[in-house]
Every structure is written in C-alpha cells, then in structure tokens.
Design a protein around this ligand. Structure first.
Ligand code: PSU
Ligand code: MN
Length: 304
C-alpha cells in the first residue's frame, strides 16, 4: 500500500501527532461545480477546516498515486481539468493506479483512501444513494456499500431528491449504517432542510457525534456512520423550486437515455442549469457548513 498512498507532509505529521484531520473529496471539484468556483470553494473549504482547528486532506488520484492531502496547485489542476478527470469509484481504482492516471474521488473512494491513511472524519456535500426507478435499473451508488464496510464518518447535507430517499434509508438500514441527524430529527435533502423522512437518531454536538463513532469502532462494528447536517436556514432553497427542477432534470435524463455513472453528474448539472446561480450558492454554503462541523467533530474525536 505504501507504494500507492501518498500523504502530504502536513497530513502525515498531524496524524502522527494525533491531531484532527478532515478528508475532502475531489469529485465535487472536478465534476460537481464549474471552474473557477470549484477551485475557489475547495480552497475556502480547506481554510474553514483550518479556522476550526483541524488539518484538511483533500483526496484525489494524481498520476496513479492515492493522495491524502493535495497542494493548492493540485487542486487547481483538478478543477481546471474538470470533467476530463475520470470519476473514480471503487471499481476504477485498480486500472487508474496501474496506468498512473488521474481520478476524481467520489464519497466511496475518498472513504477508502481516508481509511488507508488513518483519517476518520470526512466532510462533503451530498452522497450517492438509491436512484429513483432502481427496482428496474439497479442503479444504487457504491457510496452505500462503502458506508457499510469502511470506518469513516461522513458528514454531508443529506442526499438530493434526484434519489429515492426512502429506498436509500432502507438500504442503509439493511447494511447497518447509522444515519444521524445533526440537531434535527428529519433527514435533510441537500438544498432544503426537509425531506419528510426521519433519521435514526438526532445528536446535538460534535462531542456526541465523536463518542457514537468511537463506540462503533470499539465495538468492532465495521463500516462508517452517516451524519446529515441541514443547510443553514438562510441559504436553503424553497422545496417547490428545487422539486420542480429535479423532476425536469429526471425527465430530460430519461429522454436523453443517460445511464450508468453519467446519471448523477447529468442530474446535478441539469438541476444547476435549471435553478441558475441560486443552487450553486446554496451548494457552496452547505459544504462550508459541513466542513465546520467536521473540523469540530474531528477535534472532539482526537480528545477522546
Ligand atoms: N451527490 C451530490 N453531489 C455530488 C455527488 C453526489 O449531491 O457531487 C457525487 C459524489 O462524489 C458522490 C457521487 O460520491 O457523486 C455519487 O455518484 P454515483 O451516484 O454515480 O455513485
Ligand atoms: Mn450509479
């Protein structure tokens, strides 16, 4: 593994000293936002983590190396190259590494690389899940299987209702993944604070999140924990606006015959297009909000 994994000096030092480290994904940079807002946001997220007392580790695959901790130049490179960077899930790792290619890490591969490096907390925007119509397409994100097997706490703003949120919760239950609401009993739906679905447990502080995660690890229960942190009220979007955009995006996806790994990027881009700049602004704010909570939770975990 040592031949493949490359920690930045700062991340390596922090982990050695037991300091809090927060992992960040790179699909959100290459595929999730347009350039240059993607690079600006990625750097701002890193700064937010520092401001809250932890060390950021942006994770990506560059020239076949599994990177835990990217330089600002590497973040710029991934952001500028954009969609030309392969969206890398678990199944993509072997060939990308062997061919020394680049890869933008999804929630799945960010968790894998974070766990290899020894990082326990990961902040992102939204996770993948069970797609609407999965009963016929079988399109279920590998993110859910990763949460079932890899010991990393993922702090997100819930999942977008491009997915079937009810089936996503059922799948996570089957796989034994705790779904926590941060200061809420309701599963947040990314752009909005409301989905109509309940989380498993409500926890109210970084300390509570840290001790639940530690208990999971110490009990020897494999897998991660999903923390859903609602977008701050002042940035949330009206549910009817976002629902309308999502329905239209789904319609266009079916019409265009998009399938497989292109589904999520297609839907995300369409929703953005249909809602204009509003959804990008909301997206940036919720990621920053998750970064703050992740830094505080990693700090609490490092003190246990
Ligand atoms: N959902 C979002 N924003 C994202 C993603 C999902 O709201 O950027 C990205 C994440 O990297 C996630 C991946 O891990 O898409 C899931 O892709 P798929 O559905 O193909 O598994
Ligand atoms: Mn899929």
């Amino acid at each position: 593994m040592k031949n493949y994994l490359e920690l930045s000096a700062e991340v390596e030092q922090a982990l050695k000293e037991g300091k809090p480290v927060v992992a960040l994904e790179s699909t959100i940079i290459s595929h999730g936002m347009p350039y240059p807002q993607n690079v600006e946001t990625a750097l701002k997220v890193e700064q937010t983590i520092r401001d809250n007392g932890a060390v950021p580790a942006t994770i990506a695959i560059i020239g076949g190396k599994l990177k835990a901790g990217c330089t600002p130049e590497e973040i710029e490179y991934l952001g500028k190259k954009g969609q030309a960077v392969i969206k890398a899930s678990r199944r993509d790792l072997p060939v990308l590494v062997a061919r020394k290619e680049d890869g933008a890490t999804t929630v799945t591969t960010t968790m894998i690389i974070a766990a290899m490096a020894g990082i326990k907390v990961f902040a992102t925007g939204g996770i993948g899940g069970v797609h609407r119509g999965a009963e016929t397409t079988m399109d279920i994100s590998a993110d859910l299987e990763e949460l079932a097997q890899t010991p990393v706490m993922v702090i997100c703003a819930g999942a977008k209702s491009i997915l079937d949120l009810g089936l996503t919760l059922e799948y996570l239950e089957t796989k034994g993944v705790p779904v926590i609401g941060y200061q809420t009993e309701e599963l947040p739906a990314f752009y909005t604070r409301h989905s109509g679905f309940k989380v498993d447990y409500r926890l109210d502080s970084p300390e509570e999140l840290a001790s639940a995660f530690r208990a999971k690890i110490e009990l020897g229960l494999k897998g991660g924990m999903l923390v859903t942190n609602p977008i701050p009220e002042q940035y949330s979007m009206p549910k009817d606006v976002i629902d309308k955009a999502i329905n239209e995006a789904l319609r266009q996806m079916n019409e265009a015959g998009v399938h497989g790994k292109q589904c999520t990027p297609f839907l995300l881009a369409k929703v953005k297009e249909l809602t204009g700049g509003d959804s990008l602004a909301a997206n940036i704010e919720l990621v920053l909000n998750n970064a703050r909570l992740a830094a505080k939770t990693a700090t609490a975990l490092s003190r246990l």
